[in-house]
Design a protein around this ligand. Sequence first.
Ligand SMILES: C[S@@+](CC[C@H](N)C(=O)[O-])C[C@H]1O[C@@H](n2cnc3c(N)ncnc32)[C@H](O)[C@@H]1O
Length: 282
Amino acid sequence: MKELTTDIKIGDCLEVLKKFPDNSFNLIITSPPYADSRIDNYGGITPDKYVEWFLLRTKEFYRVLKPNGTFILNIKEKAVNGERHTYVLELILEMRKQGWLWTEEFIWHKKNCHPGKWPNRFRDAWERCLQFNKSKKFDMYQENVMVPMGDWVKTRLKKLGKNDVIRFNSNSGSGFGKNISNWVGRNMAYPSNVLYFATETSNKNHSATFPKALPEWFIKLFTKEYDWVLDPFLGSGTTCEAAYELKRNSVGIDIVVDYVKMAKKKVKEVEYLLMEKGRRYG
Ligand SMILES: C[S@@+](CC[C@H](N)C(=O)[O-])C[C@H]1O[C@@H](n2cnc3c(N)ncnc32)[C@H](O)[C@@H]1O
């Protein structure tokens, strides 16, 4: 039977990761502390210092990520003095200088964001999930995240026009084209880069948790069973929980001892539940 490892460590990820060899992980997925936020909780970093602080860590992430691995960074710039701060944009540019490729940007649409009113903006219902890679050739298992086509397709495919049975190039000259008749008989399609997940904060004792579906989705897309996943800002342990359930090895790091305890407890519960269900890994 093949054993799974879930290693949850306490400390600053910058220091903890120094003990890991180069090219250790297939996927790094994380949601770091946001600039200036939760200062009373785990030490916010001011927006102006954020890039400098984060770059020291992304350098380590680069070293421990395998050449064909992926780094998913969930982040959103806050509004400072009436405008959006530019630290996320600056971070992307600086990370490219470190050697990262900014391959893609997913939007996490928070289906259940809180209603609210501000004088100059609407409620914030989305966050970025930035995708970085070390090389243009990275592991990606697209079939693992396919979605049902939906009922609209039945009507659309009932009667095909002459442009539907050939590859029809977009009139806009964008270079995009499609052959609608290829969809006949298919139930599943590839998803878009907008992800719809409801936030989950209840009974987790951590104020900024991932919905489990979020790390699950990226783990399925970028890793296979027994690959290695890292969350260097683990929080309540959601990434390690999702990794374990999907039979991936994982390492999680957090600087706050209570969060580390919470994450360890959560993973133990998941292990126990899966054993109870008689699901033995091998
Ligand atoms: C936004 S939360 C992550 C939440 C997590 N995605 C979850 O689902 O619970 C960020 C976490 O980073 C931790 N943290 C802050 N600075 C850190 C550092 N230098 N090294 C490791 N963890 C750190 C905080 O304690 C906090 O739990």
